[in-house]
Design a protein around this ligand. Sequence first.
Ligand code: ADP
Length: 384
Amino acid sequence: MLPPNKKIGIIGGGQLGKMLIEAGQPWNIHYTILETQSAPAADIANRHIIGELSDADKINALAAQCDVLTYEIEHINIQALLKLEQEGKRIIPSPAVLEIIQDKGLQKLFFRHNQIPTTDFELVDNSTEWTDKLLKLKGEKIAAKLRKGGYDGKGVELVNKSEMLNFYNKIPFSGPAVLEEFVENAIELAVIVARNEKGEIRTFPIVEMQFDPKANLVEFLFSPADISPEIEEKARRIAMETIFKMKGVGIFAVEMFLDQDQNLFVNEIAPRPHNSGHHTIEACYTSQYEQLNRILLELPLGSTELIKPAAMINILGFEGVKGAYEITGLDHILGIEGVYIHLYNKAETKPKRKMGHITILGDTIEQVKEKALVVKQHLGMKQL
Ligand code: ADP
């Protein structure tokens, strides 16, 4: 049953919140967001509580107005959420899950304790501990990550072990961090998992990410991924096991590395719809956003099958363009069959800011890749 005007509260009003609301509009769901003044979702949310995401009073006000709460960003006030859950509020995903995911150190320990394959790692509380811990890790390259607060590659530094051992002043983080072994020439995969309170669980077809090495942001994303059926099956199984063991309910993106010997390592989990699932809006029978609405409203999960092979391109703020802007090339891009543009309603750009995305569908993944290159070539941004 789909009750009319069910009220969903979203902590955060960014593009993920916007797309969650868009997916719920055919069902007349009522959304309230908690977000600072202007935000991508602000124009389409039914209500907007203006406030900081860390403000417990505002979170309580949001909870009082809604049947169920979710969030579209990890860096939020967990204490307020834990208290609300204890008082009986439905919060999806549960704050206990968020607590693990917010801290890259706790996440890695969770993987280790649950036999989920992940790269070997050490935890440090401050820079004086780096030397001992680095010596315990294999390989010359190390991925160093702040335990809390990083996003989109910020708070992650790829470092050389010998340089860190010899030049103490080059250590990038003074606070609590994870030091982990680097996977050389890794293929980066993401598996989006949907799990509801009844324990129903499904994965979306795997996506392969290609990164812009300078920005450390996804440049192209393709689904299906160029991997064997055995690896596809194994990655889906690992992703489901991870979410099951975490007792996760909601939508989760499980990011993985595939090394040259075909070993899979879980990198990290996002407890929300993810950049690597934007294409599901047009490419799958049920998008990641509709799937989350279904979970929030206690409806059965929808089919995650791909209707057509897809690519996704993030529209990132161009170098040298700041403030008011215009996206160019759309006349050409929108003339191509199977191309869909999503803009995030951001008034101002800055280099690398996520301004929108483009999904490209085709009959084969080869055709999709050809079209994606043409789209990328024509996409531009002009300063106003
Ligand atoms: P964020 O949470 O900011 O997305 P990630 O942990 O995903 O940070 O790291 C950002 C990027 O750095 C990854 O997508 C990958 O390209 C690279 N990276 C991180 N850890 C490793 C690793 N152990 N081996 C190889 N590459 C890594």
